[in-house]
Write a new protein. Structure first.
Length: 364
């Protein structure tokens, strides 16, 4: 299986399966001298781990990270960083009844057709548990960004039909509710909605918004490696994400040039924009304004309601998915989207060092 790596200079490779002994990531290209310990990474993993509320799976995993290489006396050495999280609460028996069935909404059917074999215990590599490696790497990337004065933050913008308008954002409330919404009142309404679906053995989706502030101008390459193109690839590679937009996104198709263009102005010796419909990118490069990205997350595919499917012999049948599953993926995916954005930005920052001779001269 190819395609488990992402990035050019700051390059991550995730490994492991949902019901294997463990799961993790190898990070190449992290600069030496970055202060790093397990606690830095654990804070990110704790935002993703199961069992945080009644809206997440009851799988009991501490998701404790171990640093196996690349760190000496509390600082990165410039060598590959290997991070491991051991699986502790696998219940593979819950999946015995689906070994020969294709779960609706899952990768079971194309995985079987592609490889001729699949790990039916939670989906193997196609499980959401694969994102542990991404989040661990995202924690390291975020530390690098913090050193450069760049902040990245993601949160839940909407759950099902319950959305928070920008004028109602209260970022201090994101950590105060289990749905990671920037508005406690909206989170309470969304929670009631999720509970009603749980009673019906159903699930829902939502939208995650991610913002990055204080990016330098010109981050991203203008052709295939555009900032927005790589962000879209990074976030669309997350299993449950079905759509990505930057700035106004699809709303831009309903606008006009006079409304959609962001006029420039000079202020205190700096160039800035009057508006930000473009979401912080122009021509595939950062323009110095806030980067705004949104990801549409589908409803959880594993639901306890009986559904129609087909078995490996091509026969029509019914399926009831057992096991412990999230009724909504969005809250735990917030930190995954944030991590993939951070990884992409760090990689492009490192690439950007070669854009001018004067940059090389500053180093050498």
């Amino acid at each position: 299986m190819s395609g488990s790596s992402f990035g050019k200079i700051f390059r991550i490779t995730t490994w492991g399966e949902s019901h294997g002994p463990g799961i993790g990531v190898v990070i190449d290209g992290c600069p030496a001298g970055l202060a790093l310990c397990e606690d830095h990474i654990q804070k990110f993993l704790d935002r993703r781990k199961p069992g945080q509320s009644k809206y997440t799976t009851k799988r009991n995993e501490a998701d404790s990270v171990e640093i196996l290489s690349g760190v000496f006396e509390g600082k990165t050495t410039g060598t590959p960083i290997s991070l491991l999280v051991r699986n502790q609460d696998q219940r593979s028996r819950d999946y015995g009844n689906i070994a020969e069935l294709f779960r609706p909404g899952h990768a079971d059917y194309p995985f079987t057709e592609k490889y001729g074999i699949r790990d039916y215990r939670g989906g193997g590599r196609s499980s959401g548990r694969e994102t542990i490696g991404r989040v661990a790497a995202g924690a390291v990337a975020s530390l690098i960004l913090n050193e450069l004065g760049i902040s990245v933050r993601a949160y839940t913008k909407s759950i099902g039909p319950f959305s928070v308008s920008e004028e109602d954002y209260h970022f201090s409330e994101i950590e105060e509710n289990s749905l990671y919404m920037p508005n406690n009142a909206a989170a309470e309404q969304a929670g009631e909605y999720i509970s009603s679906l749980m009673a019906e053995k159903d699930s829902c989706g939502g939208i995650i918004e991610c913002i990055a502030d204080h990016l330098p101008v010109g981050l991203g390459e203008p052709v295939f490696d555009k900032l927005d193109a790589l962000l879209a690839q990074a976030v669309m590679s997350v299993g449950a994400v079905k759509g990505v937009e930057i700035g106004d996104g699809f709303k831009a198709a309903l606008s006009t040039g006079s409304r959609n263009n962001d006029p420039f102005r000079a202020e205190d010796g700096h160039i800035c924009k009057e508006s930000n419909h473009a979401g912080g990118t122009l021509g595939g490069m950062s323009d110095g304004s806030r980067l705004i990205l949104r990801a549409a997350v589908k409803p959880t595919s594993s639901i306890a309601r009986t559904q129609q499917t087909v078995n490996i012999s091509g026969e029509n049948t019914d399926i009831t998915v057992l096991g412990r599953h999230d009724p909504v993926i969005v809250p735990r995916a917030v930190v995954v989207v944030e991590s993939m954005a951070a990884i992409t930005l760090v990689d492009l920052l490192l690439q950007n060092m070669t854009a001018r001779m004067e940059h090389l001269k500053k180093i050498y």
